[in-house]
Write a protein of this length. Structure first.
Length: 274
């Protein structure tokens, strides 16, 4: 992987991690367009861009992060504690899928990645469109049960093309949660899973499982320049996308992303069929 490919893929990762268009799906499309050399980034590159994405979230939402930790260190059950408990609850489905089934799921669709990506982009488009036409009354506080359901939506986004941010935001809105509250929660709840994914990737890098080796290559080395370029691109685009997406969720203007996902999904399915 050269520096130009790292720049493109890093930018795509950071931008699409927060925009509701599926980062995994767009990375698969990007790798297919850039050719086999782009596939050679391996796990090292994935870990680097994941860390960059987490840092971009912490930078954009630093006030919320400070508020949470300040409340936790009061050592009493307060709104900050409830917030953290909801994040922990939302992590349960993600942890189950990520630790027990992720490699097996990837093995199932390994031969039809673009087909699955195209189909899941259409599912993302439907979810986002529903938020435009169905608008229930909004609740200011996310309940534990809603946090769990939103976590289930995030866990389903292990499939390429099914947007993590799109699934969580759309599910939260359809459940009737406040757009402002949900925008912050959906991006803060994604931090532990992204870090967890980076840890799992590191584990595969050190001792890859049989299921992982069936669908991935871990042997490729990446030039230091490519890693640096990928990190910076993912961090900068992640900051921009996170800030932009929070504003868009508050205005509930997600229909344009639904149209985009529908067009790209159909295009991927048509190209895959040729």
């Amino acid at each position: 992987m050269d520096a130009i490919q790292a720049l493109i893929l890093g930018f795509v990762q950071g931008l699409t991690e927060y925009l509701p268009v599926s980062s995994s799906g767009h990375l698969e499309i990007g790798k297919a367009l850039l050719g086999p050399a782009a596939e050679a980034g391996g796990l090292t590159f994935d870990i680097v861009v994941h860390i960059a994405t987490v840092l971009s979230t912490l930078v954009v939402l630093w006030k919320e992060v400070v508020w949470i930790f300040a409340g936790l260190f009061k050592f009493k059950f307060n709104s900050e504690t409830r917030y953290v408990l909801n994040i922990i609850i939302s992590m349960i489905p993600v942890a189950i899928v990520g630790l027990l089934f992720k490699d097996k799921i990837e093995t199932l669709y390994s031969g039809n990645v673009l087909l699955v990506t195209g189909f899941c982009l259409l599912v993302t488009a439907v979810l986002l469109a529903l938020t435009h036409y169905y608008k229930p009354s909004e609740r200011e506080r996310i309940s534990p049960s809603h946090a769990f359901v939103i976590g289930v939506a995030q866990a389903a986004a292990v499939l390429p093309g099914l947007s993590r941010s799109g699934s969580t935001i759309a599910t939260g809105l359809l459940l009737g949660n406040s757009r402002k509250t949900l925008a912050q929660f959906s991006f803060l709840m994604v931090i532990p899973p992204i870090l967890g994914e980076a840890i799992i990737d590191f584990k595969h890098l050190v001792a890859p499982s049989a299921e992982y080796l069936a669908t991935h290559s871990t042997a490729a080395s990446v030039p230091a320049l490519s890693l640096i370029v990928g990190f910076i691109a993912a961090f900068v685009s992640g900051c921009l996308a996170c800030t932009w997406m929070i504003a868009l969720v508050k205005k509930c203007k997600l229909i344009y992303f639904a149209l985009y996902c529908a067009v790209v999904g159909l295009a991927v399915l048509i190209i895959n069929a040729l």
